[in-house]
Design a protein around this ligand. Structure first.
Ligand SMILES: Cc1cc2nc3c(=O)[nH]c(=O)nc-3n(C[C@H](O)[C@H](O)[C@H](O)COP(=O)(O)OP(=O)(O)OC[C@H]3O[C@@H](n4cnc5c(N)ncnc54)[C@H](O)[C@@H]3O)c2cc1C
Length: 478
């Protein structure tokens, strides 16, 4: 693998995109070299911003001939540093930001075809403008791009009803590490013709090819939408309420988020405009989101029925139903502010884990006990998509503790929490992927045969090892 690029090679890459779209000045490349948490800083000789699929293809062709490493980058919102070039190498960043055209919207066929560089919020808006819903929704939707969402198999707040990106994508267009273009932009729900190549690239974190376009599924827009906050005394009660909500609402249950009291305290303290949604104080909260296709009244009936029975039999301590769109948005804004609200509280050690839904209370009880034994005074802020079994098990430093000394225990705490996750047959990365952050751990926890199969697939598609090397898997060709 090339570690120093000659001026001639750099000039050839610049020629492909034009000098205005090849960035190399320290100030202009700086935003591409660090991820939002500031944990990883990379280096690059050049950020390339191609404006067409053909330019991406020419870049990859030259990269494979010259064994130049390429790191695809979308909105740079990923949490595991898959989009950040390695430090001290000559990885070239390939930003998809100029590939941002919506190619087609077909409301009857319920599909949208878009460039991979389209911002998620723009896809949602295009769907809405055509009387349809694109249901992927996440805190980073104003900057994350479709190619990044696909490459991380992003989930978000409505996975319960609609699934993650893997379920929301029908077809892909991919530029392979050789520069060849695979046009798999099919719009079919049923297509049993051989190996599923699409699913190989979804969740591959840019290690197998560059996604340049996608066919995404659209859905009818719900007529009824209700959001409520329920105050609860325990995680066990949250699980019982989730079980009841699933039976009562079926596919109308679009979100069921678990929030601890400390999360309300952090967000009301640090995020301007966020207010405690309830007049009473509770140990735990569930944010419940219901959307119905038939009428506004049916969503209203459902949420009221769920909460009334919950209160009358002692499962729910108190509940508040949002009465208008502003309040609904405020409740979700509170939930989405949980991540940024932890920052001002000092160091935060994160775990993006999933366990079978019914194991959540046992997992939380065991993890809490183990964490408090290891770091007395640690403040556990565990929240997330309870309906998907996905908990962001985050640990804020004890008040007044030394931030760096606390963060130095990141691996140790990962070991403790992930050990309990694995005991419950869970996953150490529910939605953010592996990237650089969890690469070494992946190799330790997955069976050797799985890692070997992944390595063989990687080698078959990327024999020169130029495609986002050392992300997800260790590079064999280095
Ligand atoms: C506030 C906040 C909230 C979030 N909430 C959620 C959430 O609820 N659920 C969730 O799943 N994630 C969430 N995330 C994580 C993040 O937004 C997602 O991982 C997102 O899908 C990444 O998109 P991106 O365009 O920013 O990709 P990037 O960060 O730029 O890249 C992510 C990975 O994809 C690869 N990649 C990017 N584009 C391409 C391409 N075109 N072809 C091939 N590979 C590519 C990169 O190399 C990298 O490995 C959140 C992040 C933030 C900051």
């Amino acid at each position: 693998m090339t570690t120093i690029l000659s001026p001639e090679l750099i000039a050839s890459f610049i020629d492909i995109v034009g000098s205005g779209n090849a960035l190399s000045g320290p100030a202009e490349i700086a935003p591409y070299l660090v991820e939002s948490r500031g944990l990883y800083h990379g280096t690059t000789p050049l950020v390339l911003r191609p404006g067409s699929v053909e330019e991406v293809s020419r870049i990859m062709c030259l990269a494979s001939q010259t064994r130049t490493a390429i790191v695809p980058q979308g909105g740079n919102t990923g949490h595991v540093a898959g989009q950040i070039p390695r430090e001290g190498k000559a990885d070239m960043v390939l930003s998809l930001e100029r590939l941002n055209r919506i190619r087609d919207v077909d409301p009857v066929g319920n599909v949208i075809v878009a460039d991979a560089g389209c911002i998620l919020a723009d896809i949602q808006k295009a769907a809405d403008d055509n009387g349809r819903l694109f249901p992927l929704s996440l805190g980073s939707e104003g900057s994350a791009r479709i190619g990044g969402n696909l490459s991380t198999n992003a989930g978000g707040t409505a996975v319960l009803a609609y699934g993650s990106m893997r379920q929301l994508c029908l077809g892909l267009e991919v530029v392979l590490p050789t520069g060849e273009i695979w046009d798999g932009l099919r719009r079919l729900k049923k297509d049993n013709t051989g190996y599923d190549l699409r699913d190989l690239f979804i969740g591959a974190e840019g290690t197998l090819g560059v996604i340049t376009g996608a066919v995404l599924k659209l859905f009818p827009k719900p007529l009824g939408h209700q959001v409520a906050f329920a105050g609860l005394k325990s995680v066990e009660d949250a699980l019982a309420l989730f079980d009841r909500a699933s039976s009562l609402c079926g596919s109308a249950l679009t979100g069921f988020e678990l929030i601890p009291r400390i999360g309300i305290e952090f967000t009301t303290r640090h995020i301007p405009g966020v207010r405690d949604p309830m007049p009473t104080v509770h140990s735990w909260y569930a944010l419940i989101d219901i959307s119905t296709l038939d009428s506004a009244e049916s969503a209203e009936r459902m949420i009221q029925g769920l909460l009334e029975t919950g209160v009358s039999d002692g499962l729910v301590e108190n509940a508040v139903i949002a009465t208008n769109e502003t309040q609904r948005k405020a409740m979700w804004h509170m939930r989405e502010s949980m991540s940024p609200a932890q920052k001002p509280e000092g160091g935060s050690i994160k775990h993006d884990v999933s366990v079978p839904v019914s194991s959540i209370p046992a997992f939380m009880a065991e993890a809490d006990a183990a964490v408090m034994r290891a770091i007395p005074g640690a403040r556990i802020c565990a929240f997330g998509h309870m309906g998907d079994g996905n908990i962001h098990y985050n640990i804020s430093q004890p008040v007044g503790a030394d931030k760096q000394a606390f963060l130095d225990r990141w691996r140790e705490m990962n070991g403790i929490v992930h050990g309990i996750v694995l005991k419950h047959l869970g996953s150490i990365s529910a939605e953010h992927g592996i990237g650089q952050l969890k690469r070494d751990e992946l190799a330790e926890i997955r069976p050797a045969i799985e890692i070997e199969l992944m390595q063989r697939i990687k080698h078959a598609l990327d024999p020169a090892g130029i495609m986002n090397p050392d992300k997800v898997l260790h590079s064999r060709s280095m």
